[in-house]
Design a protein around this ligand. Structure first.
Ligand code: FE2
Length: 222
């Protein structure tokens, strides 16, 4: 009897999840949020300071900011910051002894279009050591997304990285079975992209008052 009840609950949960997307999990902002932001809002961080190209493998990131029903959120502000290929941030408190790429500005700020989309051309971040002995952060990208109704700070991971399974922050998401919502998807390179570039997609789900109300109404019905 209880097995039937459990199965019914599971089916209800699956139906609800199919109808409404889950919010993208938040993550700590970390100590490397830029204190001095470059004037160029930038959708291309490869061009670098004074137009000098930065080091490393070119990384294309594209995604959409969407609500719980999958509808586009236009006008969302998408801030991105990440380490250079050597694992260095252009931040005065970065104590990583690795050589920094002086041309990498490390921060971009985009506004989503009518399809909720954003695009960034950058360089693949490198791993870096934390203050905990033996713990190295895997390559990751920091996001701060602000809409008219919400603000999300999170970190995005790249699938297949060897350090992913040893990262305490990502493992927290694994334990909560939500790591797929903070992990990008590798996609095919578009025409014109460099042969050795990496292209990834990362969609961000945020609630709106309308979609929260719809979800509550749906729950009340079932
Ligand atoms: Fe970081």
């Amino acid at each position: 009897m209880s097995e039937n009840i459990d199965a019914a609950r599971q089916q209800k949960k699956m139906a609800e999840e199919a109808k409404f997307l889950a919010r993208t999990p938040s993550e700590e902002i970390g100590p490397m949020y830029p204190v001095a932001k470059p004037e160029d809002r930038g959708e291309d961080l490869v061009a670098g300071a004074d137009g000098v190209a930065v080091d490393g493998q070119i990384l294309y990131i594209r995604g959409r900011v969407i609500d719980l029903t999958g509808a586009a959120i236009e006008g969302a502000e998408v801030e991105v910051w990440h380490a250079d290929p050597h694992g260095r941030y252009p931040h005065p408190c970065d104590m990583n002894p690795a050589v920094i790429d002086p041309n990498f500005t490390g921060w971009a700020n985009m506004i989503t279009g009518s399809d909720g989309g954003f695009r960034l051309r950058s360089t693949k971040p490198g791993p870096y050591p934390t203050s905990t002995p033996g713990w190295w952060r895997p390559p990751h990208i920091h996001f701060q997304v602000t809409t008219a109704h919400d603000r999300l700070v999170t970190q995005m991971y790249i699938p297949g990285e060897a350090l992913n399974e040893k990262d305490e922050l990502l493992m927290r998401h694994v334990r909560l079975n939500q790591d797929d919502r903070v992990t990008a998807r590798v996609i095919a390179l578009d025409e014109g992209m460099e042969d050795d570039a990496l292209s990834i997609e990362f969609n961000i789900v945020l609630p709106t008052p309308h979609t929260i109300a719809a979800q509550r109404k749906d729950r009340a019905k079932s």
